[in-house]
Ligand binder design. Structure first.
Ligand SMILES: Cc1cc2nc3c(=O)[nH]c(=O)nc-3n(C[C@H](O)[C@H](O)[C@H](O)COP(=O)(O)OP(=O)(O)OC[C@H]3O[C@@H](n4cnc5c(N)ncnc54)[C@H](O)[C@@H]3O)c2cc1C
Length: 393
């Protein structure tokens, strides 16, 4: 049975005062949509391990697909603070649904906008913004995850087209995507981006099953067996690892905001539950141990909110560095996963059920802490940034 979503966002330091009226309007429309369309069904879809594809139209309508892409290409032309807010509200609902929007906006629309030709922009972006076309992003390979530069997927020049061979795995949205932005090495060993379309001969997208995390998000492989990709599908304006890393920067920025949404939902749920639940004749929120957990949660959430707000202002000014984005992604996910684990215990036995969103958030966050750069890799990025020494190899 669908449950009522009683979510009230914590704002301990009155950070709303730092947002414009437009930001608040965007937030309330996404929040209303999440409460009405997502919350009532998400638990069921997560339990079934099915992607709720009926949400795609609504996601497009609330502007979740490519919010920062200019209006002339079908985007909403919003600033980065708005983008962060949208991701936070969506992930408050479910990390898997936020992932679908992140991939579409940051990993598919962004590279076509930033690295594509004018023809590619006009052909794909408006349809991606409305959800008429859905996309996925193929970087990770079976043998190259944290080290994507080692990829073996490759293209060979064959006159008016390229021949693409190789395989990608762990690809969000792949089972239903109409197009894939794929990163492959050319004959000189340079990483290039290509738009591969479903239906091209030799291109298949097997679904990945048996996930305990992001169960309401569709994940799969991309397999390329001598796929003929027309030359006009190559992204002309980027070569090298900076292509995919530029996209990841966009997506990681969104995750920095998004993961805090999951944290805020867990905190809000635990606060409400412990004020209502009585043991030993009084609400458990009155016990010191429970208050310690709640106090630490709101402290970490508030610190995270300040960090991403500042990151948003830097991003709007085009001054946010990749290392600053790494720090925020890492901090927000750590905050969220720690809060989810604590909050789950505060609900006792009820915490393991689908009656409450906490266990689902907790399991989802195990993917969020791994994808778009693992927790440890982001730490090494910070380490390299402050010391100038590369500890990766
Ligand atoms: C649900 C889900 C969805 C995903 N969606 C996408 C997608 O849409 N597109 C896409 O391209 N990818 C996607 N990914 C892949 C994701 O980005 C990778 O899983 C991630 O980059 C880690 O790669 P790996 O799993 O191969 O782990 P590995 O790289 O094998 O890492 C394993 C462990 O080793 C550690 N490690 C690796 N190198 C070092 C080092 N130098 N020093 C110290 N420790 C190190 C890592 O931190 C990690 O703890 C997704 C993953 C998941 C789980």
């Amino acid at each position: 049975m669908a449950k009522t979503d009683l979510y009230e966002a914590p704002d301990y330091y009155l950070l709303d005062e730092l947002l414009t009226d437009e930001h608040k309007l965007i937030r309330s429309s996404v929040r209303d949509w999440v409460k009405k369309e997502l919350s009532p069904i998400i638990e069921d879809y997560a339990q079934k391990a099915e992607f709720p594809s009926q949400l795609l139209k609504g996601l497009a309508e609330i502007g979740a697909f490519g919010p920062t892409i200019p209006v002339e290409y079908g985007g909403a032309g919003l600033d980065y603070m708005s983008y962060g807010i949208i991701m936070q509200e969506l992930e408050r609902g479910d990390s898997g649904i936020r992932s679908t929007a992140s991939v579409q906006g940051s990993l598919v629309m962004y590279p076509i906008y930033a690295y594509g030709s004018e023809e590619q922009r006009k052909k794909y972006l408006p349809k991606l913004a409305t959800g008429e076309l859905m996309g996925c992003f193929g970087l990770t390979e079976p043998d190259h995850g944290s080290n994507p530069g080692g990829m073996t997927t490759n293209i060979k020049d064959a006159g008016d087209h390229y021949i693409l061979n190789g395989a990608k795995m762990w690809i969000s949205n792949s089972p239903f995507a109409d197009i894939a932005v794929v990163w492959a090495k050319d004959e000189e060993g340079k990483i290039r981006g290509l738009i591969v379309e479903r239906g091209m001969e030799g291109f298949t997208t097997p679904t990945t099953h048996n996930k305990w995390s992001l169960r309401a998000s569709a994940t799969g492989e991309l397999v390329f067996d001598h796929v003929k990709v027309p030359k006009e599908n190559l992204l002309p304006n980027v070569a090298g690892i900076k292509g995919p890393l530029g996209c990841l920067n966009q997506a990681r920025y969104g995750i920095a905001w998004g993961a805090l949404g999951a944290a805020m939902d867990c905190y809000d749920t635990a606060l409400r539950y412990t004020k209502e639940r009585e043991q030993f004749g009084r609400p458990i929120a009155g016990f010191q141990l429970q208050q310690k957990k709640l106090a630490e949660m709101i402290t970490e959430i508030t610190k995270g909110q300040l960090l991403v707000w500042r990151l948003g202002t830097l991003k709007n000014e085009n001054r946010a560095t990749p290392a600053q984005i790494s720090m925020a992604k890492r901090n927000s996910v750590e905050t969220a996963i720690t809060i989810a684990r604590e909050a789950r215990q505060m609900l006792g036995g009820m915490g393991i059920t689908g009656e409450y969103p906490i266990m689902r958030h907790m399991m989802n966050l195990e993917s969020v802490i791994t994808y778009e750069g693992t927790h440890d890799i982001h730490l090494l990025i910070t380490g390299m940034d402050i010391t100038g020494l590369d500890a990766f190899k």
